[in-house]
Every structure is written in structure tokens, then in C-alpha cells.
Design a protein around this ligand. Structure first.
Ligand SMILES: Nc1ncnc2c1ncn2[C@@H]1O[C@H](COP(=O)(O)OP(=O)(O)O)[C@@H](O)[C@H]1O
Ligand SMILES: [Mg+2]
Length: 349
């Protein structure tokens, strides 16, 4: 269908019906439209700003000008940006922007205020994690010791594989917990890591726990270079995500049709927070399970949010925390039958 100017204008007024603040700009950076939700967020009227420069609404004008140029040039893959808006004469507001190019003429920007209360909440959450880490630390030594004793007495040596898993996992948790408790949590233990070695390790752990009915597919881009990272943290992050997927696949595991895919790709010109990266690692964990329950979908990365009876709700918040320490982010897209958790981390600054 050929869009005419009138149908364009009509479709813009439809944006007034949305509760998400949206601004529309054209390639020269001028504002074409802003919807009612944004008018009320900023306390300005459309008439005042249509035709003026989009960048003038923001504190970091240069960042915006650059981002708009990139968007029209289709130069980045992840179209998100965190920045600060001017509200009234003296107030500012932290926001997250999501860019989408409508056609060669129009850039739509969705604006989500970043809630300072949520930022505080993150601090509380970290405290909570530290307390929990203490609680986990204590019994771990006992678990490891018992597994060692058990191993010595095993008459069936083929069972040693299992006690080894217990001992190895107890050691891994121990070193993780130690780092959660470190006073100024050193960012991490950095070395060169190979993403596929990490995937293989996690695949092995998942298959020990779910030996039947689950197919784990590898779809690797072998050209991905090694990068600087914390191997233990990345294993834990990936394991938490893959473990959730396997748990969500319970029914399909029972009938043998469960499928979990580890997919690695290189992303180019990826925007993470405020920084643009030439190369980024994209690690997807895809499952064909029922999907993330709608009622918790927006909150799954917060601690203590769980959709499972007996769940701790810590897995994803810890994973997100670890990936953030690698200057990356985990995103999730989920519909019934296809859930995709994507870890994105810069490979080259
Ligand atoms: N692959 C997935 N498919 C469906 N739901 C998922 C998936 N991954 C996570 N979830 C949902 O997110 C919730 C939070 O996960 P997590 O933070 O690991 O905590 P927990 O596993 O202890 O519940 C899970 O309880 C589940 O409801
Ligand atoms: Mg979990």
C-alpha cells in the first residue's frame, strides 16, 4: 500500500491512543510529532516543539544527534539508548529510548522513564543477594565432604561420575559465593574465554540432569574470537538460563520433543547502554517450551520473581548481573513455542 501524506498524518494521531510516550522525527533531526503521552510526561504541547530539533529535548544533545544519524543509516542492531531528557526548565529525567525506523522519512522513538525507585531497589536487591550468599556458603562444605566420603565407599565405580558432578558443582558454587561476598566485589576474574567452550560445558551439565527427551542443538559461529571475560560467571549465567529453559520444557521432555538450542552469532554496530560496539557476541538460548508466563514477563530479571512453585527467582537476576559486569545485557523474547534469551556482550570496545 502506498502511504500518502494524509494517511501518514492520520496514523500519527493514532499514537495519541497509546500510553507509551512516543516522538517521531525525520532524517534532518526535526520533530514531526509527539503523542499525548509524551506531552503530559514533559509538560509541553505538541505545537511548541514540532519542527524544532529532537536533540533539544535531551541533555546529551550530541549522543542523540549521532543516534538519529545511525538509525537512519541503519547502522546498529540493538536500537536502545539510555539518556537524560530535559523536563521543564530545570528538571531532568533518566529515560530509555527504543528506536524504530518506520520508512525513509520517519523515526519512531519510544520513551520509557527510568524509575529512580527501581535503581534504589537494585541496591536493596544486592544486599539481599549478599545475605543469601552467606546462607548458601555454610552448607556447601558439608555437601562436598559428604560426596567425597560417598565416593570412597562406592562399590559401583560407574557412579563416580555423579559424585564428581556434585563435588565439581559444589566447588563452582563456592567460588561464586565467595565472589558475591567479596566486599567491593572485584568486577571479576578476567581471562581469555572461548564462548563455545562455555556452551559445551553448560550443555554437558544440562544433559547430566536431563539425560532423556531433551535435544540440545548447537548452532555455533566458529569465527567468534576469544574475548576477555570471567569464565565462571559466564558459565553460571548461561547455566541459569539454560536450566530455566529445560525446566520450562518439562512436558515436552516427557514426550521426547523438547528442543534447546545454543546459538552464537556476531552482532555488528551494537548499541549497549550509551556505547556503540563494532563487534558484539550474541549468545541465544532458544527453547520450544510454553513461553514465559505473561504476568511476570516484565519482571523476570528482578530477584525473587518466579513462575515456579519452589522457585527462588534468583537465577535470572544473577545472570543479568554477571552479564552486566561484562558490559552486556540479557534480553528475552518469548511466545508460546519459542522463547529466546539473548546475551549480548561487546567483543571489541
Ligand atoms: N525459558 C523459559 N521459558 C518459560 N519461562 C521461563 C523461562 N526462563 C525463565 N522463565 C520464567 O522466569 C522465572 C524466573 O526465573 P529465575 O530468575 O531463574 O528464577 P526461578 O528459576 O527460581 O523461578 C521462572 O520461574 C519462569 O517462570
Ligand atoms: Mg531459574
Amino acid at each position: 500500500m502506498k502511504a500518502t501524506r494524509t494517511s501518514h498524518a492520520t496514523s500519527l494521531t493514532l499514537l495519541d491512543g497509546l500510553s507509551t510516550p512516543i516522538v517521531v522525527a525525520q532524517a534532518d533531526g526535526c520533530i514531526v510529532f509527539l503523542n499525548a503521552a509524551l506531552e503530559s510526561l514533559l509538560g509541553i504541547s505538541r505545537k511548541q516543539v514540532v519542527g524544532s530539533l529532537l536533540a533539544d529535548l535531551f541533555i546529551e544533545r550530541e549522543t542523540l544527534i549521532q543516534a538519529v544519524g545511525n538509525a537512519f543509516g541503519h547502522q546498529f542492531a540493538t536500537l536502545k539508548l539510555q539518556t537524560t531528557m530535559q523536563v521543564g526548565r530545570s528538571d531532568t529525567l533518566g529515560v530509555e529510548l527504543i528506536f524504530s525506523i518506520h520508512d525513509a522519512e520517519a523515526l519512531f522513538i519510544e520513551i520509557t522513564p527510568i524509575d529512580p525507585v527501581v535503581a534504589d531497589q537494585n541496591e536493596v536487591n544486592k544486599e539481599l543477594l549478599r545475605n543469601l550468599a552467606h546462607e548458601i556458603k555454610n552448607p556447601l562444605g558439608g555437601i562436598r565432604g559428604a560426596a567425597q566420603l560417598l565416593q570412597m565407599d562406592l562399590s559401583d565405580k560407574s557412579l563416580i561420575e555423579y559424585t564428581q558432578v556434585i563435588i565439581h558443582e559444589a566447588d563452582r558454587l563456592q567460588s561464586l559465593v565467595d565472589r558475591l561476598l567479596a566486599p567491593h566485589r572485584q568486577p571479576h576474574v578476567v581471562g581469555m574465554v572461548n564462548v563455545h567452550e562455555i556452551c559445551e560445558r553448560v550443555r554437558q551439565l544440562i544433559l547430566v540432569e536431563f539425560p532423556q527427551g531433551l535435544t540440545v542443538v548447537r548452532d555455533y559461529d566458529a569465527s567468534i574470537p576469544e574475548f576477555e571475560g570471567d569464565r565462571e560467571q559466564l558459565i553460571q549465567a548461561l547455566l541459569n538460563i539454560a536450566h530455566n529453559a529445560a525446566q520450562a520444557l518439562e512436558e515436552r521432555i516427557a514426550d521426547g520433543s523438547a528442543r534447546l538450542t545454543f546459538k552464537t552469532r556476531i552482532g555488528r554496530q551494537v548499541l549497549l547502554g550509551k556505547a556503540r560496539h563494532k563487534l558484539a557476541l550474541e549468545l541465544h538460548v532458544i527453547d520450544n517450551g510454553p513461553g514465559v508466563p505473561a504476568e511476570i514477563k516484565d519482571r523476570i530479571f528482578y530477584p525473587l520473581v518466579t513462575g515456579r512453585a519452589g522457585g527462588s527467582g534468583l537465577g535470572l537476576s544473577l545472570a543479568q548481573n554477571f552479564v552486566q559486569q561484562h558490559a552486556g545485557v540479557i534480553e528475552c523474547e518469548s511466545v508460546p513455542g519459542l522463547t529466546d534469551f539473548k546475551m549480548v556482550m561487546p567483543l571489541v570496545a
